[in-house]
Write a protein that binds this ligand. Structure first.
Ligand SMILES: C[C@H](O)[C@H](O)CC(=O)C(=O)O
Ligand SMILES: [Mg+2]
Length: 391
């Protein structure tokens, strides 16, 4: 008999974990990175100063009637824990572990009046990923097998961090750097952005991919100028240059940018409907985050839509949750690894120290482990807090 889900519990964790922006001081990920808030000088130096790490990590744990447990981690912290415990749990508890599509549909429809994207979709994603982990563990198969099996033997990675030169020596195919200066920092900022790119090009040679992650900080005019100047230095792509709601700006920017530089976006987009709009702008690669876009159930739909547009899907970060997806998709030729060492100088597990068994690329490559579910466990040494206990 198919086991049913007997309980849903939502926990928070502070520091690191799935909220990878929640790092200590001196980390490259909070070192004067251009953001939508950079127009305010007082919030320019640090993203934590305007609250980037305010949510923290969400851990969703599911228990089945046969005693199997599944779990997932994402961002969303305490407010997402409230939504999971007090709203979404009703669609999960009592359901068969195989009923993922129905549970997703009920979670999405029932939250439309206050959801659709952002925090609510983080919470839905967390539950959805935990459902896949549980189903895999009940069946004794890795999630990639549940999705239909692999299309490649190993994953190929580019690295995101402050040191593409180090990433090259570690075997990655490319390095994506955060852009440090936005339009409010004028011509001097633009020159510094191009100078860093030039130095990294000198250090890595002509064939290494170099990309700039602009984290929603630019406008069409600045992004156009940056793309033309950076094309001379062999920039492969310009990522998320505009606020996600500006679909029209994305279309205009694609028209104005040189054809040699790719336009990529989507890590802050959610659901098939959001991605439909983004795909129609003509972006060259979409980058859904499986922990934010609606989970695997939704990512499969987004990816089918992208295939029909001929647009590759290269998911944003998300460690094992991305790896089990990418290894099953012909349209996802490579994947991202976020360098979480404070100086981006070595490979460490992205969600460290929260997970046990979290695999990392070696020489820029990884065979996805065939352990059941997502193949990871919660580290018992990391304290979990359950803010909304139900009786
Ligand atoms: C480096 C970026 O600003 C951000 O922290 C991560 C990201 O957007 C990405 O990995 O892509
Ligand atoms: Mg990005």
């Amino acid at each position: 008999m198919t086991p049913t889900i007997t309980s849903v519990r939502a926990y928070t964790v502070s520091g690191g974990g799935a909220d990878y922006h929640d790092q200590g001081t001196g980390h490259w990920i909070d070192d004067h990175i251009a953001t939508p808030m950079s127009i305010y000088p007082e919030y320019r130096k640090s993203r934590q100063s305007f609250g980037l790490n305010v949510l923290g990590t969400l851990v969703v744990v599911l228990e089945a009637s046969d005693g199997t447990t599944g779990f997932a981690v994402t961002t969303g912290g305490e407010p997402a824990a409230f939504i999971v415990e007090n709203h979404l749990s009703r669609f999960v508890e009592g359901a068969a572990v195989t009923n993922i599509e129905r549970i997703w549909d009920q979670m999405y429809r029932s939250t439309l009046f206050y959801g659709r994207r952002g925090l609510v979709l983080n919470a839905i994603s967390g539950v959805d990923l935990a459902l896949y982990d549980l189903l895999g563990k009940v069946r004794g198969e890795p999630v990639y097998a549940t999705l239909g099996g692999t299309v490649r033997d190993e994953l190929t990675f580019y690295a995101t961090g402050a040191r593409p030169d180090v990433a090259k020596s570690l075997g990655f195919v490319g390095g994506k750097m955060p852009l440090h200066h936005g339009p409010a920092e004028g011509q001097q900022g633009m020159a510094a952005n191009l100078d860093l790119l030039g130095r990294m090009r000198d250090a890595t040679g002509d064939d290494f991919w170099l990309m700039y992650d602009c984290w929603m900080s630019l406008d069409v005019d600045y992004a156009t100028r940056l793309a033309h100047a950076a094309a001379e230095l062999g920039l492969k792509w310009i990522e998320e240059p505009l606020p996600p709601d500006d679909y029209w700006g994305h279309a205009e920017l694609r028209r104005r940018m040189p054809s040699t530089v790719l336009l990529t976006s989507g890590e802050h987009e959610a659901t098939r409907w959001g991605f439909r709009q983004l795909l129609e702008t003509g972006v060259d690669i979409i980058q859904p985050d499986v922990g934010w876009c609606g989970g695997l159930t939704e990512l499969l739909k987004i990816s089918a839509l992208a295939d029909a547009h001929g647009t590759p899907v290269v998911p944003h970060g998300s460690s094992v949750y991305s790896y089990h997806f990418v290894v099953t998709r012909p349209g996802s030729q490579f994947t991202e690894f976020l360098m979480m060492a404070p100086d981006a100088g070595e490979v460490v597990p992205m969600f460290s120290p929260l997970l046990l068994g979290e695999p990392v690329p070696e020489s820029g490559r990884l065979t996805v482990p065939d352990r059941p579910g997502f193949g990871v466990e919660l580290n018992p040494d990391v304290p979990l807090h359950r803010p909304y206990t139900r009786t």
